[in-house]
Design a protein around this ligand. Structure first.
Ligand code: ADP
Ligand code: ZN
Ligand code: ZN
Length: 747
């Protein structure tokens, strides 16, 4: 008698354990397969088989049968089953929640199926076809359909094409089938997300000496199936080519590879490079795929049709077998950490998956995260360096411009004199320029110059942002809109004004200074539609615009050979955010943006406008000196006891009523205090434990309180985080709670 242990697809603590079912005779089951089982009073719910057992130790009448299987193959591979268990252990979620990460959401509840296409296939012997066709003389439609099939190359055609060619073809086709001249066949068709993607030349470039050296270290590790590396390569050093060669090497060894890139960098460009080098062997997973496309890509991967998967964070769960290499590009990106439950860090999971499958791990960045560089310093990652650009192209010249002086000299424009000169020079030389704005919208906020009143959202504790296209104020937290006031609601002054600089404002100023020069703008407003992002990039690449104005989304991984000038409008915009990572983020962003200039043969120039030229983040970024920044920042983190020296964890409480949020947070605070009282070995590592309202006290009408813990980063301290996660699962009534570890923002 065979039994199986099943995790039912219910994300609840109470059922977070396996249930035993009998495997009916003739049912072929293996771990990872999805099944229907009866559960409690429910006749049929979905579950995943995690283990097969010979004996279940239960009286036979208490064990029910598996109803049926959803697929005839395991949807969750053994390696991914293990990964799900790891996620449960480290993210404090249920196994059912972790398993849901492993296959497309639409497969649950069978909301998606395979798409099939119908084909008509001629069955008449070629020798007598002409005769049969002649016999249709009095039925012109039948003759037309038959003729098309005869003339088609393989003697067949999709019904779709027949429909397009012969109006009202169906009755004719049906009679042909009845007469035995034609057979209908349903065939699976895969929805391809690549549509009309342009292809680049597929030849291999000659490797640079640096690339060669790095590969000499990397390829043996791929062969050996172990090793973790950090590739620190300046912008334009040719990291992509290293990825391609390493992936191909894995493929030649009969193994597969996963390449993770930040969602925002998952441009058709990256995809196109891989597709032009790997063809059908590459699959792509990203958030812009339709559910159908996602499902089909997933199946293509699962069937073993592809060698390499490129995708955002969740592609770490790609159902590839025999993974030999995992690459994480721009490893410093915050987007590798999932923000919803289950919270996981794709970099950590990559490490686990590599260990489990005997694969090499490669993290890469021009501005490695503090954590990874520290790990490399300790020898936990092997550091590989590419300090020079391809063909020894120089890094761009960076001019730092002090905007306080510009203002003192009476320049009220968003552009400094130097930036305007540089832009003019670049355009005169027939090149392209990028203007980077570290914000979106026309201006940031509306404020009264007489009394200082600022228009804030009535639901959230933040300033409203002005959008000039619609001429409205919008809250970026909740989306609420309101009209722009003409006079100050506080003091009735007419001097109520827009402050700050957004992409729209910059675009307008450019048009004023350079009339007739085509400009493109890329920000959240212009990229709402599906594929808008791709279109803008392709347009700029084709040279249809000379200047690209954009936000963060232009900073990452884009390679425009004709761009020789980059202007950074407000370099320090994010330096002032109350987040311990703001210096790191600023350095990364500035380095990445500056790196967009001069990537082909003409050297690049960068104009960096700032109100804070002395800041070490700005100063080191202007020299593109990562190590100097790293040293200064590590020192600061050590002094202020920030990660990677400590862990920051918080319990975030949100409630309609302020008292509820406060009461819940205070109760959690007492639980944490009691917890540490009982554990002297942990208490000594606590740097601070506080309960307080969040800096942004209200969002979408909910009041927010937090319990914030800062504790020395030691493995044993995970226990404290575990305790917080446990508290988070049981908030008092009227309150929602999440537990966050080193959150992207402490707002
Ligand atoms: P990174 O990702 O390190 O910033 P890329 O991989 O985008 O840099 O490479 C920068 C540019 O150099 C790209 O245009 C790429 O096509 C080109 N390139 C990379 N390797 C070589 C090579 N070996 N020979 C010639 N050009 C190369
Ligand atoms: Zn006022
Ligand atoms: Zn709001």
């Amino acid at each position: 008698m065979a039994f199986c242990q099943v995790i039912v697809d219910i994300a609840h603590e109470d059922v977070d354990r396996v249930f035993t079912y009998r495997v009916p005779k003739g049912m072929d089951l293996c771990p990872g397969m999805r099944v229907h089982v009866p559960f409690g009073r429910q006749k049929k719910i979905e579950g995943v088989v995690v283990e097969l057992v010979e004996d279940c130790g239960l009286p036979p009448e208490r064990v029910r049968d598996v109803t049926d299987t959803l697929e005839d193959y395991p949807a969750v591979l053994p390696a991914l089953l293990d990964l799900a268990k790891e996620i449960r252990a480290t993210s404090f979620c249920t196994l059912a929640q972790a398993l849901r990460l492993m296959y497309p959401a639409q497969m649950r509840g069978e909301r998606i199926g395979e798409k099939t296409k119908e084909y008509a296939v001629i069955t008449v012997d070629p020798a007598v076809r002409a005769q049969v066709l002649a016999g249709q003389g009095r039925a012109p439609k039948r003759a037309a359909v038959l003729k098309m099939l005869i003339e088609s190359e393989a003697g067949e055609m999709s019904c779709e094409r027949l429909r397009a060619a012969v109006a009202d073809y169906r009755p004719a086709l049906n009679s042909l089938v009845k007469m035995g001249f034609v057979r209908l066949e349903k065939r699976e068709s895969l929805r391809s997300p690549y549509g009309a993607m342009e292809r680049l030349a597929a030849e291999d470039p000659q490797l640079t000496a640096q690339q060669r050296e790095v590969l000499d270290m990397l390829l043996p590790a791929v062969e050996a199936g172990k090793g973790s590396f950090l590739l620190y390569g300046v912008t334009g050093s040719g990291k992509t080519e290293v990825f391609i060669r390493a992936v191909r090497h894995a493929a030649q060894l009969g193994r597969t590879a996963i390449v993770l890139v930040p969602e925002i960098a998952l441009t058709p460009q990256m995809v196109m490079w891989f597709r032009s080098r790997f063809g059908e062997d590459a699959a792509v997973l990203h958030s812009r795929l339709s559910p159908g496309e996602r499902y089909d890509e997933w199946r293509r991967i699962r069937r073993g049709d592809v060698r390499v998967v490129i995708g955002a964070r969740s592609a770490i769960f790609a159902p590839l077998e025999n993974v030999g290499l995992i690459i994480i590009d721009e490893e410093h990106e915050g987007s590798y950490i999932a923000d919803n439950t289950p919270r996981y860090d794709a970099r950590e999971l990559a490490r686990m998956r590599c260990e489990r499958e005997g694969a090499a791990l490669l993290l890469a960045s021009a501005t490695p995260s503090m954590r990874s560089f520290a790990l490399a310093g300790r020898g936990d990652l092997t550091l590989l360096e590419m300090p020079r650009r391809v063909k020894n192209r120089p890094l761009p010249d960076v001019h730092v411009i002090d905007m306080r002086q510009e203002l003192a000299q009476g320049n009220r424009s968003v552009f400094s004199g130097a930036l305007l000169d540089g832009l003019k020079h670049c355009l005169d030389a027939g090149k392209q320029a990028i203007l980077f704005v570290n914000r979106r919208g026309y201006s940031t906020f509306v404020s009264c110059r007489s009394c200082g009143y600022t228009v804030t959202c009535s639901q959230c504790d933040v300033s409203m942002t002005y959008h000039s296209t619609e001429n409205v104020l919008r809250c970026h937290y909740c989306g609420q809109e309101q009209a722009v006031p003409v006079v100050c609601p506080e003091c009735e002054s007419r001097y109520i004004k827009y402050f700050g600089t957004g992409t729209q404002r910059v675009e307008e100023e450019v048009k004023k200074f350079f009339p007739g020069v085509p400009v493109l703008r890329m920000d959240n407003d212009t990229t709402r539609q599906k594929d808008a992002h791709e279109h803008l990039i392709a347009q700029f690449r084709r040279g249809e615009a000379r200047i690209l104005v954009g936000t963060q989304m232009i900073a990452k991984g884009l390679d425009f050979p004709n761009v020789t000038m980059v202007g950074i409008i407000a370099a320090d915009a994010m330096l002032k955010l109350p987040d311990y990572r703001s210096a790191e983020r600023t350095f990364q962003l500035l380095t990445q943006v500056a790196g967009r200039a001069g990537r082909a043969d003409t050297p690049g120039e960068v104009f960096l406008q700032t109100y804070d030229p002395e800041s070490y983040a700005i100063e080191t970024a202007s020299r593109q000196d990562y190590r100097a920044f790293y040293e200064a920042e590590m020192l600061r983190r050590k002094r202020a006891l920030y990660p990677p020296y400590t862990l920051l964890a918080r319990l975030l409480y949100e409630a309609d009523k302020e008292q509820d949020a406060q009461r819940c947070a205070e109760s959690a605070m007492r639980q944490m205090e009691a917890f540490f009282e009982r554990r002297a070995y942990l208490k000594k590592y606590v740097v601070s434990l506080r309960v307080m309202p969040c800096p942004v006290k209200r969002i979408k009408g909910k009041t927010r309180w937090q319990v914030a813990l800062k504790i020395v980063d030691r493995p044993v301290c995970q226990e404290a985080v575990g305790k917080m996660s446990e508290i988070a699962l049981a908030p008092l009534e009227g309150c929602a709670c999440v537990c966050q570890v080193n959150p992207g923002s402490m707002m």
